[in-house]
Design a protein around this ligand. Structure first.
Ligand code: AGP
Length: 616
């Protein structure tokens, strides 16, 4: 199992006069981590020199009733919530994970990229694995080293040295029952300094009710906490004077869950670089991609569908497949499935895109096509949700839970996952060779960095432009070619959170009617993909709009010849057209967000909308 997006917490109590027992403190901390989304949870502790592990699939409150998390004995307790992003949730795959001899227990958030090699070598040494998670290798590695080094910390350090990937790790051992060992690289980890106890957790909400004195653990730090001490060194063995890093957090719990952002939506816009990194790692290693490509090439007709933002991602894939792979894919809006079902046979394929995996319109389209014998592929962000469950194959994004009603990181991660499918399809359809596949791997692998760059260079401009845009009543979002679904997504954002009418259509259509609407100061947003031919055509569309007094707002690659024609420009990194959603969507998300806030609305809870539409 790879790249679970998890919550971890660990507490060591030196004296028993804390308000709650260590078990209760961890249980309450896990409840605070629920917002991160999860499907299984577990705790581990050391009692009378024995490791006790309680874990399972399901909600924390139910696991408490069934297993008694809060009543677990011992003064050193670790806990975990698992958001499975690859492979079904199950009791055995829940964390904590232990070694063969039940002397070490570990919880982990992140991705151990080389776990298969490590696992093979440990199995060859006789280690017996119980789960198919990447995390379990850590417990066996530490056990293996301990049998030689006879020191938990030295064994832990040696084990961590072998890990490649991202991790926030907590480990306990019967050999040092009053310590929690930790190591951090890429995944978040916080230390909370208490009176008579210390805490480790993935993020602040989990520990805020116990202490406001925290240390943000840096990448490459490793060490351990006891009930009244903290020891940290870096991966080179240099001891860290952690007292320099202590901060006092004056957030409310509510603020903490938003990590200090005013709204989940803004937090999730800023989470896109991480979500894209996790998603690309996951899909580029996912053996299901080849099976999906075979299904597409074997099919007589290939359809793709979704609702709302997921339809925009579907439309993007249809264009990318046509353009890059030369394979025709028919996109349609999920609620319109009756218009397509009559031509469907058992030789056809339907791809259903749905971040929640629960959208009724998409589920009904799936069932209608399945009834006619079509094969079904799901693209979802939630493992084991209804749509993946009813599909033949599922591909997962790894955006983590999206709490804001407006889709943001789930759209860009959907398009990145689908871009990789389009590349694999182009290779199998003979359009590109292995060399080009490697180039595309590097191009798409850059998505996280490009998103980060785009967000940082356009956020202030978006906030400034919202000062003007919040007054308009209507806007056009226009583009051509691969930019059209990206413009449609931008328009949807402005509609659903700023309640401003925004219409999106291919720019070439303007003269066939829509331009009649344009008058002085009418805002027209142009999404300009990186394609010279398209830029030339869009120049004409911009001029016709300017001639009628429109205000031209552009999202354009740096050095685009169109920039001089625009009144406001979000200049984004120039990159391969396949990454247009990655570079051109964040400015539109930010523009809609700041416009909604400027109008005094709550972007997280737009009126009349639900995060998942489970009714038809
Ligand atoms: C997009 O911002 C909206 N939240 C909505 O259109 C959403 O994309 C649509 O309801 C589909 O949801 P799904 O991806 O969970 O199927």
């Amino acid at each position: 199992m790879l790249s679970d997006l998890c919550g971890i917490i660990g507490i060591v109590v030196a004296n028993k006069n804390t308000q709650y027992s260590p078990g209760t403190m961890v249980y309450r901390g896990l409840l605070r981590l629920e917002y991160r989304g999860y499907d299984s949870a577990g705790v581990a502790s050391i009692c009378d020199n024995k490791l006790v592990v309680l874990k399972g699939k399901g909600r924390i409150i139910d696991l408490e009733r069934k297993l008694g998390f809060s009543k677990i004995c011992g003064s050193t307790v670790i806990g975990h919530t698992r958001w499975a992003t690859h492979g079904a949730p199950s009791d055995i795959n829940a964390h904590p994970h232990t070694d063969c001899s039940n002397r070490f227990a570990v919880v982990h958030n992140g991705i151990i990229q080389n776990y298969l090699d490590l696992k093979k070598s440990l199995i060859s040494k006789g280690h017996v694995f119980r789960s198919d998670t990447d995390t379990e290798v850590v417990a066996h590695l530490v056990e293996d080293y301990y049998n030689v080094l006879n020191s938990v910390y030295d064994s832990f350090k040696q084990a961590v040295k072998l890990l490649e990937g991202s991790y926030a790790l907590l480990l306990i051992s019967i050999h040092e029952p009053d310590k929690i060992f930790f190591a951090k690289k890429d995944s978040p980890l916080i230390i909370g300094l208490g009176n008579g106890f210390n805490v480790l957790a993935s993020d602040i909400p989990a520990l805020l009710e116990y202490t406001k004195r925290i240390i943000t653990v840096r990448d490459g730090w490793i060490g351990y906490i006891s009930g009244n001490s903290v020891y940290i060194e870096d991966f080179d063995g240099n001891i860290i004077d952690w007292s320099k890093y202590v901060r006092i957090i004056n957030w409310s719990i509510g603020d903490a869950v938003k990590a200090g952002y005013p709204h989940y939506m803004l937090k999730e816009i800023h989470e896109q670089p991480r979500a894209l990194k996790d998603t690309f790692y996951g899909v580029s290693k996912d053996e299901n991609i080849a099976r999906v490509v075979d299904l597409i090439l074997d099919a007589e007709k290939v359809f793709i569908t979704g609702a709302g933002t997921s339809f925009h991602a579907s439309y993007y894939f249809a264009l990318a497949s046509n353009i890059l792979a030369g394979v025709m894919v028919y996109p349609f809006i999920a609620s319109e499935f009756e218009s397509y079902a009559p031509v469907v046979s058992d030789r056809d394929l339907l791809i259903v895109v749905s971040q929640s995996g629960e959208t009724m319109d998409a589920l009904k389209a799936l069932r209608a096509f399945k009834e006619r014998g079509a094969k079904i592929v799901a693209v979802s962000n939630v493992v084991d949700s209804a749509i993946p469950r009813e599909s033949d194959i599922a591909i997962y994004t790894r955006a983590g839970p999206e709490i804001g009603v407006a889709a943001t990181k789930t759209f860009t991660t959907q398009t990145l996952a689908l871009a990789w499918v389009a590349v694999a399809l182009a290779r199998s359809s003979g359009r590109i060779g292995e060399g080009e596949v490697r180039e595309y791997f590097d191009i798409l692998g850059n998505a996280s960095k490009l998103a980060s760059e785009t967000i940082s260079i356009t956020e202030y401009a978006a906030k400034r432009l919202s000062e003007w845009l919040h007054r308009v009543n209507s806007a056009y979002y226009l583009s051509r070619w691969i930019g059209v679904p990206v413009a449609m997504e931008g328009a949807l954002k402005l509609k659903e959170i700023a309640y401003i009418h925004a219409e999106s259509y291919p720019a070439g259509e303007s003269k066939h009617g829509p331009i009649a609407l344009v008058e002085e100061d009418f805002p027209v947003i142009f999404v300009v993909p990186n394609n010279e031919e398209v830029e030339k055509l869009l120049l004409g569309n911009i001029k016709e709009m300017k001639a009628r007094g429109a205000v031209i707002i552009g999202v354009a690659p740096e050095e685009s010849s169109l920039i001089d024609e625009m009144d406001y420009v979000f200049t984004v990194p120039r990159t391969h057209w396949l990454l247009t959603p990655i570079t051109h969507t964040p400015p539109q998300q930010l523009l809609a967000y700041y416009t909604a806030v400027r109008k005094g609305y709550d972007p997280d809870k737009p009126r009349n909308l639900a995060k998942t539409v489970t009714v038809e």
